[in-house]
Design a protein around this ligand. Structure first.
Ligand code: NAD
Length: 245
């Protein structure tokens, strides 16, 4: 028998860090930096409206019951897609991936798009009893048995949209110093890979990067990358892999 346990928790009881201090100021600051300086073609975006839509997704709500629909008003404000052949996914290789897109200038991770740029490394959640963000604590996506928390649902929604919009050759940077560089339950494995549209994406190019001086246990010829290859092929997407490009 399946028994559902419903627990009441005070706002202080979550196991994750609370909403980032000065969340609104950081949100608006990043939004203005992105829309005025990084991509001036977006200078007419309304950052106040974007923040209102973002907060509307989770403010005054149970922080474990956020839905994809809660983020739809926000998603509809972000219209600019990445050009074909310029999308880079990553998994357990965030710093290197971002250094690469920064130096390259014409390849984009999710965090090089407006919503990813604004939200990266921030924490946020609300509480049904107040219209403020909860700065005391937020559900931890693993420790609190709360998969539908505000941040996880956000990343799922924006990752899915980012993947659906990709076209041409898409790239993924993976961490070859791990025993499983491709991990099926990661956001890349469970959301992005499965939402590539085979009618638009003809090739998946994987870059498997090892830590300098670190383990080289896995590579393009290993079983983990083979699993990725099989999934890509089953979706009619050509798979190409290169070690330590
Ligand atoms: P990963 O395992 O390196 O995770 C990336 C980050 O997201 C880590 O900080 C991890 O702690 C966190 N994370 C992963 N799953 C989460 C979840 N369900 N809820 C809350 N946080 C979670 O790599 P991944 O899982 O494959 O995700 C990376 C890919 O997905 C990238 O291609 C990117 O487009 C997108 N993504 C980005 C972020 C981000 O924080 N910028 C978060 C999730 C997903």
């Amino acid at each position: 028998a399946v028994v559902a346990v419903v627990r009441w928790r005070s706002p202080l009881e979550w196991n994750g860090e609370g909403t980032t201090k000065h969340f609104s100021e950081i949100f608006l600051g990043r939004c203005f930096v992105y829309t005025q300086i990084i991509r001036p073609e977006l200078r007419n975006k309304d950052c106040t409206q974007i923040m209102a839509a973002f907060k509307g997704a989770f403010i005054s709500k149970n922080p474990c019951s956020i839905t994809k629909e809660d983020y739809q008003p926000l998603i509809q404000l972000d219209t600019k897609a990445v050009p074909c052949n310029k999308t880079l996914f990553w998994s357990k290789s965030k710093d290197l991936a971002h250094q690469y897109t920064w130096v390259h200038g014409n390849i984009f991770t999710l965090e090089d798009t407006l919503l990813g740029y604004i939200a990266d490394d921030l924490t946020w959640c609300g509480d049904p009893s107040t219209s403020e963000v909860n700065e005391q604590s937020c559900p931890h996506w693993k420790k609190d048995n709360c998969p539908n928390n505000a941040a996880s649902v956000f990343w799922k929604v924006v990752s899915q949209k980012f993947a659906e919009a990709a076209c041409g050759v898409v790239q993924v940077m993976l961490n070859g110093s791990l025993s499983e560089p491709f991990y099926r339950n990661s956001t890349f494995g469970s959301v992005e890979l499965l939402n590539l549209n085979p009618r638009k994406v003809h090739t998946l190019q994987a870059w498997v990067m090892h830590d300098i001086g670190g383990a080289t246990s896995n590579s393009c010829s290993g079983s983990s990358l083979n699993e990725l290859k099989l999934i890509a092929m089953s979706r009619n997407i050509t798979f190409v892999c290169q070690d330590n490009y």
